[in-house]
Design a protein around this ligand. Sequence first.
Ligand code: C2E
Ligand code: MG
Ligand code: MG
Ligand code: MG
Length: 289
Amino acid sequence: YGNRTGRRGVAFFREDMLTVARKNALLAIELRNALAAQQFFLEFQPQIDISSGRMVGGEALIRWRRPDGTVVPPGAFLPYAEESGLITAIDEWVLFQACRTARHWHDQGLDLRVSINLSARQFARRGIPNLIAHTLQETGVDPTRLDIELTESAVMHDFDLVRGDIMRIRALGPSISIDDFGVGQSSLHVLRQLKVDRLKVDKGFVRDVPNSQSDRIILRTIISLGHELGFRVIAEGVESVDQLAVLQDEGCNEVQGFYFARPLPTCGFMAFARRFIGMPAEDSIIAGP
Ligand code: C2E
Ligand code: MG
Ligand code: MG
Ligand code: MG
């Protein structure tokens, strides 16, 4: 009897494995088609400078609209894109679209920086500085309006290689931010040698503030470490005015989060930016005298 149950168990397990493998293979095919069929799109989340109260930029965040209309968040498909290698093409697409969008903002009188995320794998690949140089030229965007977010793991993965790329990218004009700072395995030794512009504190450290005294101490420490090393510090995941007040008290430079705005589609982002800086909306300019 026990034997039979065991055999049935094995059979079930195999079927399940097959299903998972088949699902992943299908997803890989769907993702490849998605790029060609232009099913990816970007949303942009506003970033605000605390001391001036000005909106300074937006982070580009990818989404996938499937043919049935459902929108898939990046966490649900980027891991597969990384596994299949498609991430290289996706990151190239994001870079181009984001630069084109920032150029459009500029043409509309909005002086905003655009931040993009590059995957660790894409970054370890050689040739990123050239790709960026080419894209900047092709889109005509002001190079200093581009910001590249790299996670700690991307940087720590192959620091000697990455350091050279970071130097070359910054020489072209863009800034570099270290994303999700505090959750990876940053070595302080590496951090000291890192020439970047910004540390982006992971939202995990913001979430429980102001209630958690220990998280507040971690925030304070990251902010002063960043400042001592010559970086600006931006916090993500700011959802409440209380969190904002703590970040302001602790000297954080910039903030991003649902408290200000969720990631917005292109036109929503521009409308938000205009409202934020008190510019008339586009249609009222057109309708104006
Ligand atoms: P990330 O770069 O750390 O982006 C911030 C994430 O936090 C975004 O999730 C954003 O929607 C979310 N977020 C923003 N404000 C708040 C807030 O106040 N509260 C909370 N709880 N969450 C907030 P999203 O869009 O799902 O992106 C997840 C991750 O996927 C990103 O984390 C980034 O690592 C990756 N990703 C997104 N777009 C791209 C892309 O174009 N290329 C690559 N390589 N990775 C991307
Ligand atoms: Mg990011
Ligand atoms: Mg982040
Ligand atoms: Mg994060």
